[in-house]
Design a protein around this ligand. Structure first.
Ligand code: 5RP
Length: 233
């Protein structure tokens, strides 16, 4: 069982709080997905309920984010009702020195890319374990594929040099299904030398909706670290 003293959880909490503290009143906020952003959503809700923040409206990147935002009292809107997003806060699975990301560990990267890319400022919240010199070194690259195209898409991903595997859910009882009703293929690439090129090549495969490479989207990366035994951002 994990407890609040787990250093990774403490880092996630601190970095989530730091991001929430950057949100200003009268703003439209993209609400990311995952365990780190969940803390940011919680703290935005806390600031709202304490009267520290007002007139905030959120754009959720997933059903999970929507449920959390409702739980913590953040009013929500959709992209049809707004003309901009002031700031988006979202996690990542890997971050390279150029602030390029791999996302999609929570199978939400398609909607995350739409919202995060629209934001005037996209703040990434990660613990220090997510930093890497080269994308793909520790995390598989998630690719959302429409179900009828799964086999040809897997073959095409292998032709691009990857080792694709359909993502299975809990106890491998069935595949993970995204909020859009699609499947996720996780792909191991030995080396992602040109993330921008690979992002485009994968999205060119018929039946692929979106992949988890976020190139040139992030503006700020907040990193949670434990320094001298103390959580630091
Ligand atoms: C979901 C994501 C998440 O932001 C990413 O997986 C990081 O999650 P966590 O903060 O739980 O480590 O991309 O699709």
């Amino acid at each position: 069982m994990t407890t609040a003293a787990d250093p990774v959880i403490v880092m996630k909490q601190e970095v989530g709080k730091a991001a929430a503290n950057r949100v200003q009143s009268d703003s439209i906020v993209g609400l990311g997905t995952g365990s780190t952003t969940a803390y940011a959503i919680e703290y935005i809700g806390e600031r709202l309920s304490q009267g520290e923040l007002s007139n905030i409206v959120g754009v959720p990147t997933s059903f999970q984010a929507e449920v959390l935002a409702k739980k913590y009292g953040i009013p929500l809107t959709t992209l049809d009702a707004i003309d901009h997003i002031d700031v988006a806060i979202d996690g990542a699975d890997e971050v390279d020195p150029q602030k390029n990301l791999i996302k999609g560990g929570g199978a939400a990267h398609t909607r995350e890319k739409v919202v995060d890319a629209l934001a005037n400022e996209f703040i990434v919240v990660v613990d220090s374990g997510k930093l890497t010199d080269k994308l793909g070194s520790t995390f598989l690259l998630p690719v959302e594929v429409i179900p009828m195209a799964m086999t040809p898409a897997i073959n095409a991903l292998a032709k691009l040099g990857g080792k694709p595997e359909l993502r299975m859910g809990i106890k491998k009882a069935g595949p993970v299904v995204t909020d859009q009703g699609n499947l996720v293929v996780d792909v191991k690439f030995d080396s992602i030398d040109n993330p921008a090129e690979l992002e485009k090549a994968i999205n060119n495969i018929p039946g692929v909706l979106e992949n988890g490479l976020f190139v040139g989207v992030a503006d700020i990366v907040l990193i949670g670290e434990i320094i001298d035994g103390k959580p630091t951002v």
